[in-house]
Write a protein that binds this ligand. Structure first.
Ligand code: 6PG
Length: 323
């Protein structure tokens, strides 16, 4: 479906004001406090360990010719394990704030992509002192790596989750928040979001990878499911091998709701920085498979995360318990 008119961009760039959202009690996940957090509590239980260059696991060999993963063999990978999710979130806030400062200095803007799920809760320290005041929020441009095809005020909406936990607390200009158009079908919404991103590439807001020409976001903040999925890219699904599209759709997501749109791996892996934020014992298996000696019957999507830039894992000790 063609979607080239300016009118199509308007709904993409509309930040729903809280007054238009259904009345909701404050999220219990977002304790708001002005108390600065001691950075000493952010000390990883293992010192920050750099695992070195990522090597393509042998089990990827059948995918090599078909996907972009072979292009990023030199991904810098860091793994940080924290005593608690609380300590993880303190460190994640500093990491994000530091990147924001670096990119704003370098190019006058910061393009940030978020997933849904528990990641948003883990960003809670970013909307507290000192970062709430020190970050130049006016330079932020926010995107979603995936979205459920539901209205923006639906409890399943990743936009609503991010609005409640993050966006409503920071002064990012509403015009810099690129939500997915919820008035369209999954297929049309994916095409529309890709068109929006192309427009922003054309305008120089989003840069592109010199090697692949895919859009290169400054930072992607990604959660991971217990089955090793990232974004809405699920184990064994043919979308894992998408090589051309920037944004695509799925109508049979194993994780409800079934209809979603998602960035593809070539876009994910063009990123300058990716943080994989993983907490809880339920995720220990895919972490073990990705970073340790664990095995699975198939390549897990999270194993295909291999950005051109740097990959940093933020794990709590439960997620890292099998390493
Ligand atoms: O919309 C979604 O479902 C997500 O973007 C998805 O990729 C999520 O990040 C993982 O499923 C982890 O979610 P949890 O952290 O809540 O387990």
């Amino acid at each position: 479906m063609a979607s080239s008119s300016q009118a199509l961009y308007a709904p993409l760039r509309t930040l729903i004001p809280p007054s238009q959202l259904p009345s909701r009690s404050p999220s219990p996940l977002i304790p708001v406090t002005n108390r600065p957090f001691s950075l000493s509590s952010a000390k990883p239980i293992t010192s920050i360990s750099t695992i070195g260059a990522t090597h393509c696991p042998k089990r990827f060999s059948h995918l090599k010719a078909k996907s972009s993963i072979s292009a990023n063999m030199a991904t810098e990978k860091k793994v940080q394990v924290f005593d608690s999710e609380e300590a993880l979130s303190v460190s994640l806030a500093k990491y994000t704030a530091d990147l924001s400062e670096k990119f704003v200095k370098q190019k006058g803007s910061f393009t940030v992509v978020v997933s849904g799920g528990s990641l948003i809760k883990s960003l809670r320290k970013l909307v507290e002192a000192p970062y709430i005041d020190s970050i130049d929020w006016s330079k932020w441009h926010m995107f979603w790596v995936d979205e459920r095809v539901v209205p923006k005020d639906h409890p399943d909406s990743n936009y609503l989750l991010a609005f409640d936990g993050f966006l409503s607390k920071v002064p990012i200009p509403p015009g810099n928040v690129y939500a997915i158009n919820d008035a369209l079908s999954a297929e049309a919404a994916a095409e529309d979001y890709e068109t929006c991103i192309k427009h922003l590439v054309h305008n120089g807001i989003i840069t592109t990878s010199e090697s692949t020409q895919f859009p290169k976001f400054d930072l992607m903040l990604l959660g991971m499911g217990p089955d090793g999925h990232v974004a809405s890219l699920f184990p064994g699904h043919y979308l894992l091998q998408e090589k051309n599209k920037w944004v695509t759709f799925i109508k049979e997501s194993p994780k409800p709701p079934p209809e979603r749109i998602t960035f593809t791996f070539p876009v994910i892996n063009a990123s300058a920085n990716i943080a994989l934020v993983v907490a809880g014992a339920g995720k220990a298996h895919p972490v073990h498979v990705s970073l340790g000696s664990g095995e699975d019957s198939e390549v897990l999507p999270v194993q295909m995360v291999a950005p051109e830039g740097e990959l940093t894992w933020f794990l709590d000790k439960d997620a890292a318990s099998k390493l």
